[in-house]
Design a protein around this ligand. Sequence first.
Ligand SMILES: Nc1ncnc2c1ncn2[C@@H]1O[C@H](COP(=O)(O)OP(=O)(O)OP(=O)(O)O)[C@@H](O)[C@H]1O
Ligand SMILES: [Mg+2]
Length: 504
Amino acid sequence: MTEQKPVLRLEGIVKTFPGVRALDGVDFDVRPGEVHALMGENGAGKSTLMKVLAGMHQPNEGRILIDDKPVVMTNPIAAKENGVILIHQELSLAEEMTVAENVFLGELPRKRFGLVDWKTLDDRVGTILKQLNCDFGPRTRIGSLSIAKKQMCEIARALTHSAKVVVFDEPTASLTDSEKVVLFDIIKDLQKDGVGIIYISHRMEETFKITDRISVLRDGAYRGTLNTAETTEDEVTHLMIGRTLDTSNGTNVSNRGEVKLSVRNLSCGNLFHDISFDVHAGEIVGFYGLVGAGRTEIAETLFGLRRHSHGQIMLDGKEVTINSPVEAIANGISLVPESRKEQGLVLGMNCRDNMTLPQISDLTQGPFVSGGAEVDIYKDYQKRLEIKAPSWRSIVGNLSGGNQQKIVIGKWLSMKPKVLIVDEPTRGIDVGSKSEIHNLLRELAGQGYAIIVISSEMPEVLRVSDRIVAMYSGRIMRTFSAAEVTEDSLIHAISGLGGTDAAA
Ligand SMILES: Nc1ncnc2c1ncn2[C@@H]1O[C@H](COP(=O)(O)OP(=O)(O)OP(=O)(O)O)[C@@H](O)[C@H]1O
Ligand SMILES: [Mg+2]
């Protein structure tokens, strides 16, 4: 391949926030028609670099060149005019507006006398939505769309401008497999049109599949660029965290104790049917299946967020009624939810208070309000989860995406529940911390917790589970022990082939 001249170059970008040097002289470039991955641990500076590029932050030092000409991105509109479009990690659409209004935000087509030309608007947006295979129209309200569809709107926004560079910041974190296929097709089309793509993801597999080059940041510093075809996951990981990881499936010799949680014939409308399983003290049961298999709904039922129509839930051999999260927590069941940002954090509050929020009543019993105890709890989990924050006083909304997630995980772990349910525990979390979280889950099992891990990532369930429950379309198809499970048999079970255990 002849080396093309880059369409975009970033030179020596420095960006500081109070107490943080987020970017320390970063160089980065993108060629037309290439997909260039930007990788690094949570808090390494990826999103910040992209926000500098897109005019949302002003750099303290450094320059941005488009087609070899220095440009200043004074604001996001200026960036757009220079052909740079950022599709955010945190989506930035106006919920109350329609799809069409969002796509053309701030630049609606006008007729004479300044009236908005709705017909033209609908036609243009309609065409783009069709191009993207969207099943909703220009007049749909943003607030009524799923995350994946909102993301399609962001992409539609990118397509209305003749973009030179499109940045995707963790686009697949909440997409289903089929939605991912659509996204990767869109990326290919953009590539064909000569657009330079910057792609941020913590998922090695897809990064290796769709990118041409991989650049790595560590602690705000540029660590190097590798050709994807000539490197390995180990090499990239080493650049990212300065060591290689042991990701072998640990021999999960658990000290299985008595049954903690017992679920019998649980059903809920058409979401799941006749679910029975046990979780012993000291073991991790992994729930694996496709998105929509009913795993999250079972977790929500156990946590009192949904009512079941049939069946029983038993804790320590006694039947319990759980009608609300408060009752679930009182019974010793904790759920680390899938959508942590919405359900788990107060973005304007500091790290310590976010982490210790559910236990404030415990800690403040007696004559003293023990803020010190809360700081100790925070510091303990900050160390164990390697949370990157300048201090416990830092506002959670200013942490990087992955570090926000770690705060929520710490919050539920620190409550020391009897039964801990974690739904997609490492979504959006970098490889190093991912293995820390896996180790931590194993450690907690070793201490006698009964743990349920729901995951869509096969390596993750294989790595942490003592037993794996395979689900398809609201039913348990098979339960595997760690010793007997193979990737093939697991895939077979979750695709609904071969029937259930009972039928076999
Ligand atoms: N507005 C802000 N105010 C203060 N600090 C900030 C702000 N934005 C980012 N930071 C800090 O800059 C550093 C880099 O954050 P950034 O969001 O760029 O990380 P990231 O590489 O995108 O991580 P992740 O993989 O978790 O999304 C972090 O230490 C973060 O706390
Ligand atoms: Mg980020």
